[in-house]
Write a protein that binds this ligand. Structure first.
Ligand code: PMV
Length: 340
């Protein structure tokens, strides 16, 4: 089994969870095209039914941190997959984006892993594509929350949302009725700092448990998710931008006001944000920013203005990136099975 599965960028952010990876609020993201993980699992028969057995290599070398995550995950799901009883799993994985860019890789890595074990259990044709995707998203969620949104092309929603058919906290689904304005959204990922995140997302999610703004945040995310789905249907880029930036800054504000508190932006993140706002004001072009739980800036814009935005990035922004580093990404078509 071999799958390539993309990372995704959230416009409405998942921040805070309960029970087993159930989000406290709905989130909406789009899958990327060029930032993805490729994972292959080779099944080797073992003599007798015994404990979970696997080996794992990331870009050709052993990686203990990943191995521990995978073992924990397999322990959680093994009863639902026959393959673990009689096989040793030889897993190899690699990313298209350099490991040192500070880009969260858990969404692509964990969705690729879930797709591999699922396709071993359900070879093509055994269940419908819809069912397969739903299960893949469910099992990806158990590995890493945001990974459940990477299963689909374009926009996905995860979490219960009034008026959105099939929306669920157990798995994501693809958002339909998207206006052509948002068809080929671009995401220029401006690398401010490539070192590892200051705080893991599990730690971040747990800080929401006793957060003084928890209830207000849940309400804000619900309102944003509803408004965003409307804006996506209507082709309303202005509302999209407002929500996108408010979500990014709210996520960082929640981190700043948690106990302990974290400041995840760097001075250059703020410089980039100001430059993007200023350029939008004087050019009148459609562009906006978002951030994950780190200092890098995602500059989001429609394909139609790509040439002008690239000129702006090169002239004004790259000097504020670490070693002029950035990734020219865009909305993608979701995961791809490579050995069919
Ligand atoms: O899936 P996790 O546990 O790595 O959490 C991801 C959280 C954010 O990236 C900050 C937001 C999101 O919705 O992707």
């Amino acid at each position: 089994m071999k799958w390539q599965s993309p990372s995704n960028i959230a416009i409405v952010k998942y921040w805070g969870k309960k029970d087993v990876q159930i989000p406290i609020n709905p989130s909406i993201s789009f899958s990327l095209k060029h930032s993805y993980t490729t994972t292959e699992i080779v099944l080797k028969p073992k003599e007798s039914k015994s404990a979970i057995s696997f080996d794992f290599s990331f870009e050709g070398s052993q990686n203990t941190a990943f191995e521990e995550k995978i073992l924990k995950y397999f322990g959680q799901v093994k009863d639902q997959f026959g393959i673990f009883d009689h096989h040793h799993l030889s897993i190899s994985s690699s990313n298209t984006f350099p490991h040192s860019t500070g880009i969260a890789s858990s969404a692509s890595a964990m969705s690729a892993l879930a797709l591999c074990i699922l396709s071993a259990e359900y070879p093509k044709g055994r269940i419908s594509e819809n069912e397969f995707n739903k299960k893949a998203s469910y099992f990806a969620r158990l590995a890493s929350g945001s990974a459940c949104r990477s299963i689909y092309p374009g926009f996905s929603v995860w979490g219960n949302l009034d008026g959105i058919e099939n929306s669920s906290s157990h798995e994501a689904s693809q958002l339909k009725n998207i206006h052509p304005e948002f068809n080929q959204l671009q995401d220029a990922i401006l690398i401010v700092k490539s070192s590892r995140k200051k705080v893991s997302s599990s730690m971040g999610h747990s800080l929401m448990e006793n957060h003084p703004f928890r209830d207000a945040r849940i309400e804000q995310a619900q309102i944003h998710a509803r408004q965003l789905t409307k804006a996506l249907t209507n082709g309303d880029f202005e509302t999209f931008s407002q929500i996108c930036e408010s979500e990014a800054l709210s996520l960082h504000a929640l981190m700043m006001t948690s106990n302990p508190s974290y400041i995840l932006m760097e001075p250059e993140s703020l410089v980039l944000i100001e430059k993007i706002k200023e350029f939008r004001k004087q050019s009148g072009l459609k562009l906006c920013f978002t951030l994950d739980a780190g200092p890098n800036i995602h500059l989001i814009y429609p394909l139609a203005v790509k040439e002008k935005i690239i000129t702006f990035i090169k002239a004004e922004l790259l000097s504020h990136c670490e070693s002029g580093n950035w990734i020219d990404d865009e909305m993608g078509d979701g995961p791809k099975q490579l050995n069919v």
